[in-house]
Design a protein around this ligand. Structure first.
Ligand SMILES: C[S@@+](CC[C@H](N)C(=O)[O-])C[C@H]1O[C@@H](n2cnc3c(N)ncnc32)[C@H](O)[C@@H]1O
Length: 283
């Protein structure tokens, strides 16, 4: 999106960092404020893996959506916590392999709606709505969801790099399962979240990010696995996202900002903090 057609953002959205804008900066995006950049530059000395984690997650999104459209035959997607539009958004990836794919984008941050509308204008097969993934019934009842999603057919529900935004009080298992457990056989759940093998380090990360006003809970891989009983993991299962069907030839991401470049590669050093996830099928 060019600066000329970038939507105006109300100033009240600028008083604390947001996940959408900070994550977008790590992907090479320009739609962020000093408060978002300061948040990240204050976080990276303690958790230098974050830039690689964000970029690895976004690369996983491409491979997972490609798998869902090309190999699993999915034609309808609900992208929970979709983030700011960037290159290779879900509908763009899916339609390379399934031109009739339909996508509902959901995000709690109104900035996403503002930017998403600009991207999706005149596209009857996609929509972006402001919504809270914790209120699944409101999403199911939303007229745009009802317009685009046929729950009699398989659907893919994506929770990419958003499960860590669900605190334990949010009952993440309920949130992750409420649509997929009612969906048609052949539906898929695709998820990822930041994990720490060492729960003490994970708790430090949770405290640091929560203190900045962003709901967050770093988990262990076993804690994530516990949400997913009864679903069939697609090969290679739930893993460090770098190991989920790696593809050296997939499209590159935008270059990272100069201030973040010193942190590139920190996530490859086996520090025990990484993004964990995969794709699961409902039988
Ligand atoms: C790290 S970004 C991930 C973006 C995208 N899913 C991806 O993988 O590239 C997390 C997004 O989740 C959104 N989010 C956080 N809590 C949410 C909630 N309760 N409901 C809907 N969206 C939420 C944030 O606004 C942000 O845009």
């Amino acid at each position: 999106m060019t600066p000329e057609n970038r939507p105006e953002i109300p100033l009240r959205l600028n008083d604390r960092p947001t996940s959408a804008r900070a994550y977008g900066w790590m992907l090479g995006g320009k739609d962020n404020y000093e408060i978002d950049r300061d948040f990240l530059l204050g976080t990276l000395p303690s958790f230098p893996e974050c830039v690689d984690i964000a970029r690895q997650n976004r690369r996983f999104l491409f491979r997972a959506v490609r798998y869902l459209a090309r190999e699993a035959g999915i034609r309808q997607f609900i992208d929970m916590g979709c983030g700011l539009p960037t290159d290779d958004n879900v509908h763009q990836v899916a339609r390379r392999f399934a031109p009739d794919a339909r996508v509902v984008y959901v995000d709690i941050d109104p900035i996403v709606l503002a930017h998403g509308r600009a991207l999706l204008a005149d596209d009857a097969g996609t929509t972006v709505i402001t919504g809270d993934m914790r209120d699944q019934q409101a999403l199911l009842d939303h007229p745009e969801v009802r317009r685009l999603i046929d729950f009699g057919e398989p659907v893919a529900v994506l929770f990419l790099s958003v499960v860590h935004h669900l605190t334990d009080a949010d009952q993440p298992r309920r949130v992750l399962r409420s649509i997929i457990d009612q969906a048609a056989p052949g539906s898929h759940l695709c998820l990822s979240q930041v994990v720490a093998d060492d729960p003490v380090r994970g708790a430090g990360m949770t405290a640091h990010i929560t203190d900045q006003g962003i709901p967050w809970r770093t988990r262990t891989p076993a804690e994530v696995d516990a949400f997913l009983d009864g679903l069939d993991p697609v090969e290679p299962g739930l893993v460090n996202l770098d190991h989920w069907r790696p593809d050296a030839d997939q499209p590159p991401l935008a270059p990272v900002a100069a201030e973040l470049r010193p942190y590139l590669g920190a996530g490859l050093r086996d520090t025990g903090i990484y993004e964990y996830g995969g794709v699961l099928r409902k039988g």
